[in-house]
Structure formats: structure tokens, C-alpha cells
Design a protein around this ligand. Sequence first.
Ligand SMILES: *[C@@H]1O[C@H](CO)[C@@H](O)[C@H](O)[C@H]1NC(C)=O
Length: 234
Amino acid sequence: MANHVVFFTLVALTLCHLAFAFEPSPLQDFCVADSTSSGIQTFWFSFSNMLYSTRPPKVNGLACKNPMNVQADDFFFSGLNIMGNTSNPVGSEVTPVTVAQLPGLNTLGISMVRIDYAPRGLNPPHTHPRATEILTVLEGSLQVGFVTSNPENRLISKVLQKGDVFVFPVGLVHFQRNVGYGNAVAIAALSSQNPGVITIANAVFGSNPPIAADLLAKAFQVKTSVVDQLQSKF
Ligand SMILES: *[C@@H]1O[C@H](CO)[C@@H](O)[C@H](O)[C@H]1NC(C)=O
């Protein structure tokens, strides 16, 4: 009986770190994401002459590559000099350098993006559920902003010029719009190797399957036909 209590306590302790909102400080130099592993390895341990197996939590989402097999290229990405293709309805393009593009970022709690904006191009309102973002303008002028949480929903907005820096706090809805005459370029760093993106319009009007139009009509206090039109864009 006591054995089982200790066993389940061990399991609970193993799982409890999943509830942490932020990356714990790494306890090793690095944990290069192993693309060949599912991240689910069976781990065996003995306890009171009994052999138990468990599936340990994934290390911040991905299993580590054997450090002996790690190469410089695991910590390397090339291509942020290349302009993103802004020929799309919003006129902006994000080139990400997250753990998906740079496996050495795994567990380090940091990533980077390049954002290109056509004239009047918009990076539409979105949030990063797991990251604060700090952005600097390399070329052009950007109107940027974020909205505070309920009930104030205060818009905090500013026009940035080349060299200016702005921070979007974790989880808050934010946007950037090119208000200059030419193209604009920004580089941003994010406080997660896997920041995630929720684009508000796509999530609300472009979900799969769609949210019921009458539900959204009530939420937005408009006619269902307005919701139908919005949903048809996605
Ligand atoms: C940019 O994207 C548009 C729309 O998807 C596509 O038609 C066009 O070929 C792309 N241009 C380049 C240079 O890749």
C-alpha cells in the first residue's frame, strides 16, 4: 500500500512540471530537438523489487538528440536576409526561426522572426500564447499596438521608425501595419522556442469545423449574414 502511495507521488511529481507556465531553466547545455524521435520513449525503473515503466514527459515538446551527435548546423539557420513574399490579402509575411527551423533552440525559451510588409501591409491582430515579443524596425515605418485584457481593453499603440523597439507582452492581442510609402522590414525575438500564433480573424471566423454563424452573430452583435460573409473569407 505504502509502495503505491510513493509510486503515485513519484508519477505526480514527474507530471507536475507540465503545469509550469514558463520554461524552467535548462539543466544541461542544450537539448537539440531530435526530429527522428517521437519524443515518447519508454523509461523503465525499479522500485521495491518491482519493475515499472512509464512514458516520461517530453522535454519542452521534443526529445533531445544524443549530445555526441550534435553538429554546428543544429544551432544554425540561414535565410533571414531573404524578403518574405507579401503577395497575399494582408500584405505581410512572417519568416519564422523557431525550434521547427532551428532544432538547437529546443528548451532554450527563445526564437526569432523576420516580418516583411508591403506598403500598407498588415500583420493582422494575433497573439502568441507562450511568448513575449520584442520587435525592432529595420526598414520603413510601422504602426504597432496591443490591447490590454478585460475589462479595460485599452489599446496601446505607437508609430515606429527604423531602429525603434517595441515590446508585446505575452498573450496580448497585437498587430503591426506598414504606414510608410515603401516596404517595411522588422526583426522580432520571442521568449519561447515554440511561441505559437493565434490569428484572431482566422481562429474566430476560419476555424475547422466553423463556429456556428448564429453563435458568432450573437457574440459580435451583427446579423448572421455578416458572419457568413466573414466566414467565407477563410
Ligand atoms: C508570391 O506569392 C504569390 C501568391 O501565392 C505567388 O503567386 C507568387 O508566385 C509568389 N512569388 C514568388 C516570387 O514566390
